[in-house]
Design a protein around this ligand. Structure first.
Ligand code: OXD
Ligand code: MN
Length: 601
């Protein structure tokens, strides 16, 4: 086996931040006895530790130094070419019964799975350093905040977790020394990065995650998809809150009014771009601020939904990011960023398809091979990523650290649909909104391994992330609605509708502000709309389209409902519900029947 992560030996004062909690220490020693590392490195997330780990990573080729004048404190990481995306087929929810995991998860029996994973982990850290990362998800003083520990043999994981979470002392303090306190146990080992020995396993009842055989962020930064969504959604249901695959943004009007909106889009559908939107010139005085770009944890307070972003960084898709598509992301990733699987130019800069300016005459592609604009292969992998701290974002919301969270006025669902689904419409009420979320669909992207461009149902964008039975998850949404006296309004958007010529009808990006403005108008009860079979639709003059170069026919098409397409769509909803079996709540079946009836003459 090639030695992927040779041990490192830190000088005194680095790697010795041992936690005081006896339960954590027992667990770490149990994993060390199993994996037999050369040494244990107790992380504290300090600058000194970070500098040491970067220096060691450069020596061991885990990181490549970039041109520090062009992109200060930025580094490039190349993952194994067989390991570039989340692997849903190797991701398991290990509940005592298959029913608890439900029809949308791969299930595997906990006892057998622990035994199999223990077999794979036995001696796996021989000659390697075992890092212990304490981290916290959520603001320091939030009731929603959770503590986790990740054990890993990857320096890339340590460096990335320091960006993505609140790491070190702050987490230890929050946990305290109570051996019965709630905390998440995460174990990660690269093993030999072999797809045949790659498993991402969740044990919701034990608040435990074990991930082996991968080094790709979505599989190994256990704080994110594994804890904040899969385990998080399970905890949220049992504890009466919500863990959702949603961005959170603030909308400030020129008059100083402010609303917060949470939006669920499937992976790689522009959540980061939407969360960092810069309004077009016509919307002078309007401002968008970012609370989060991927995950929202929400709880009820005084009958309203309040959200926090549990993360501390962005792990975003790089290709297509430019000063045109997302200036705030470009500014964020100009420094202090780890790039994964982008191209490297001859002058030590990074490059990707869709970056501003002409392509370089020569570069090294994401695998490190020579690349020129004539090459057939892409220079950057389509799922190449940036890992960058939220503090780098010039549009960061002021209340990001507010423990109580920000009040959510609207929830938006959206997917990538070439046809059928209008640019925007509003649900009639909460339960109808839950139906919109439950029947959401999108054309697949490169964020997960597998075919790209196939329409798949992705309820609330949680298909790969709901850590329990999806029928119970729908019911949880309905139950939360009953407890909300002032619920957010629910909307559906589709930036991706195409005309007969196959071209996008809507310009997207900053112009999405026009749709957002209508949504805010609706929240303030002063936006116009017409009742339609699918919900409240804006008529063309309800949207502010001033100074936008768009054809009237395109707007009609964007807002239009094609009854034949919708007949097929409703049949697809039925097919999807049928495929889930008897677990779909009665209320959602009723919603489907009512939708179908509204299309009858
Ligand atoms: C992500 C994803 O990386 O959804 O955020 O895949
Ligand atoms: Mn995501």
């Amino acid at each position: 086996m090639k030695n992927l992560a040779p041990a490192i030996f830190p000088p005194k004062g680095i790697g010795d931040a041992k936690p005081g909690n006896a339960a954590v220490l027992d667990w770490v020693h149990e994993i060390a006895a199993l994996t037999e590392p050369e040494n244990i490195f107790w992380c504290d997330g300090s600058d000194r530790e970070n500098e040491f780990l970067i220096a060691e990573s450069l020596k061991q080729n885990v990181l490549i130094e970039l041109n520090q004048k062009k992109v200060p404190r930025c580094y490039l990481h190349r993952s194994d070419p067989n390991d570039v995306a989340r692997v849903e087929q190797f991701t398991f929810v290990c509940t005592p019964t298959k029913e608890e995991a439900g029809p949308t998860n791969n299930w595997s029996e906990p006892r057998e799975t622990y035994a199999k994973l223990r077999g794979l982990l036995k001696g796996a850290m021989h000659g390697r350093t075992m890092f212990v990362i304490p981290y916290m998800m959520g603001p320091a003083d939030s009731p929603l905040t959770k503590v986790g520990f990740e054990i890993t043999d990857s320096k890339y994981v340590v460096l990335s977790m320091r960006i993505m979470t609140r790491m070190g002392e702050i987490a230890l303090k929050r946990l305290g020394n109570d051996p019965h306190a709630e905390w998440n146990r995460g174990v990660h080992s690269l093993l030999d990065v072999n797809p045949e020995r790659r498993f991402i396993c969740h044990f919701p009842q034990d608040n435990t995650i074990i991930s082996v055989g991968s080094g790709y962020g979505g599989n190994v930064l256990l704080s994110k998809k594994c804890l904040a969504l899969r385990i998080g959604s399970y905890l949220a249901r049992t504890q009466g809150w919500m863990a959702e695959h949603m961005l959170i943004l603030g909308v400030e009007s020129p008059e100083g009014g402010k609303h917060y909106v949470a939006a669920a889009f499937p992976s790689a559908c522009g959540k980061t771009n939407f969360a960092m939107l810069i309004p077009p010139a016509h919307f002078k005085g309007w401002k968008i601020t970012t609370v989060g770009d991927d995950i929202a944890w929400m709880r009820i307070r005084d009958g309203r939904l309040y959200a926090v972003n549990p993360e501390n960084g962005y792990f975003g898709v790089v290709p297509g990011t430019s000063y045109k598509s997302n200036p705030n992301a470009m500014r964020s990733i100009a420094h202090d960023t780890i790039y994964t699987n982008v191209a490297l130019t001859d002058d030590g800069d990074v490059w990707w398809e869709g970056k501003d300016g002409p392509p370089p005459a020569h570069a090294f592609d994401w695998r490190g091979d020579d690349w020129t604009p004539e090459s057939k292969e892409k220079a950057a992998h389509p799922n190449s990523r940036f890992t960058t701290p939220v503090r780098n974002n010039p549009a960061l919301d002021f209340d990001i650290e507010k423990g109580e969270g920000v009040p959510i006025s609207a929830i938006i669902f959206g997917g990538r649909r070439s046809d059928t689904v209008p640019l925007v419409y509003q649900a009639f009420d909460w339960n109808h909104g839950v139906y919109l979320g439950a029947t959401m669909a999108s054309e697949t992207t490169a964020a997960a391994a597998g075919a790209v461009g196939r329409v798949r149902r992705d309820p609330m964008a949680m298909l790969p992330f709901c850590g329990y039975n999806i029928g119970d998850y729908f019911q949880h949404w309905l139950d939360m609605g009953k407890r909300l006296t002032n619920p957010p309004l629910i909307f559906n958007v589709n930036w991706f509708r195409k005309g007969a010529d196959g071209k996008f009808l809507w310009p997207g990006f900053g112009e999405n502000m026009r749709v957002l403005k209508w949504i805010i108008d609706r929240c303030e009860r002063n936006g116009g709309a017409v009742e339609s079979p699918v919900g409240w639709l804006p008529s063309p003059h309800d949207l502010d389209l001033a100074e936008l170069d768009i054809d009237h026919n395109a707007v009609d098409e964007l807002l239009g409902l094609d009854h034949e397409e919708w007949k097929k769509e409703i049949a697809a909803h039925k097919e999807f519900f049928d495929s889930l079996g008897r677990i779909v709540p009665e209320e959602l079946q009723k919603q489907r029947e009512q939708l179908a009836a509204r299309f009858e003459p």
